[in-house]
Design a protein around this ligand. Structure first.
Ligand code: SF4
Length: 368
């Protein structure tokens, strides 16, 4: 995978580009380099687009005080720090395997990352990423940890909030014990994200057998609704994959997510090498364009704040703010854009305050 930045008049777009998969070799887009400038060339008409490649962060080469390479603890994805609390996912170890069909997490374990992150390592990496890369947001992610995810996450949230000072997001398996979200909010969690993946229950069951059997689609929805209510409009997100279920279902997912005050993040299905679906075709451009136009329209209709938090650009999924390029140029969209710009300005002190280091609560020093 290759991360590129496409400069634009409304905003720069961060994109994670597939390069190793066979379908990528058939792409009409080609990366070229000349005189220190990178370009993407569209071989159909010969159009050329200047792009940038983000530099590798200097702290990737540093070690934590426990001697671990920092890039094994966390990586920049776009402009935020992404940390897998653990990339062990219980669904991969179930017999028979119950992993999601598009996933390759179980193949990577121990190759690129350490299995379970130590809190001290996480703090040191987050401090380095904030100091040297200007990171404002730390995002914790994990596969299925059999309902221990949120308990484990509490230590990391507490440590980052008290020893680093950054916005913190969690993307973990949802729980029906909704009180656990209250505890995480008390500790300072700013954002929750829920990977429901599919809106159509049949596709959810077919492609996410572990989630369907042990968690349930309803658990994702109830957790999203609850956390959105607790944290406020535009703070939480529902994540879906576009390109496997019928496009009408993806549009319904976007409608649902925005109707509960959350923002949709949409991954374009990628037949990754090694995934159960590696031989499936990638989705069609026309359908994806429709999906992302709908993201913009649904956010506009439900007045969801987009691109308000400072310095959070994402390459792995398409953010609602990226879809501004597909917005109809009319009075409504201009008014919506104007309100977002105003909100960005007004919200600055709020985000500054939320990025302060705060007093640790209880067991911040616990480590794994
Ligand atoms: S929950 Fe699904 S997508 Fe997430 S790590 Fe496990 S198998 Fe992969």
């Amino acid at each position: 995978m290759l991360e590129i930045i496409i400069p634009g008049s409304l905003k720069d777009i961060w994109v994670n580009v597939p390069v190793r998969e066979p379908f990528a070799a058939r792409s009409c887009y080609r990366l070229a380099h000349a005189d220190g400038q990178y370009e993407v060339i569209d071989d159909r008409q010969g159009f050329r687009y200047a792009i940038r490649l983000p530099a590798e962060p200097s702290w990737y080469g540093q070690l934590t005080s426990r001697g671990l390479p920092m890039h094994q603890i966390g990586v920049l994805q776009g402009t935020y720090l992404a940390i897998y609390i653990s990339n062990l996912c219980g669904f991969w170890y179930h017999s028979p395997r119950m992993n999601c069909s598009f996933c390759t997490t179980g193949l990577n374990l121990g190759v690129n990352e350490s299995a379970l992150k130590n809190v001290q390592d996480v703090v040191e990496v987050a401090q380095a990423a904030k100091r040297e890369s200007g990171v404002t947001f730390v995002h914790f992610n994990s596969g299925n940890q059999t309902n221990r995810d949120l308990d484990r996450a509490a230590h990391y949230v507490n440590a980052v909030k008290s020893r680093v000072g950054a916005l913190v997001g969690l993307q973990l398996m949802p729980t029906r014990d909704l009180w656990k979200y209250d505890r995480l909010i008390e500790l300072g969690t700013d954002h929750f994200s829920f990977c429901v993946e599919f809106h159509n229950p049949e596709y959810f069951e077919k492609f996410c057998p572990g989630k369907a059997r042990f968690v349930g689609q309803e658990t994702f929805y109830r957790a999203l609704e609850y956390t959105s209510r607790q944290l406020g409009k535009g703070t939480c997100s529902g994540e879906v994959i576009a390109g496997l279920e019928p496009v009408e279902d993806t549009l319904k997912a976007i409608d649902y997510i925005t109707s509960v005050g959350a923002f949709p993040t949409v991954c374009i299905f990628r037949p990754t090498i090694g995934a159960d679906l590696e031989d499936s075709p990638p989705p069609r451009y026309e359908e994806m364009r429709l999906v992302f136009q709908h993201v913009y329209q649904a956010c506009e209709k439900n007045r969801i704040p987009i691109d308000v938090a400072p310095n959070i650009e994402v390459s792995l999924v398409v953010q609602p703010g990226d879809t501004r390029y597909l917005a109809p140029r009319n009075l409504e969209s201009r008014w919506y854009d104007f309100r977002q710009a105003l909100l960005r300005l007004v919200a600055r002190p709020y985000f500054w305050w939320n990025r302060r280091r705060r007093k640790a609560q209880g067991s911040a020093e616990l480590s794994y």
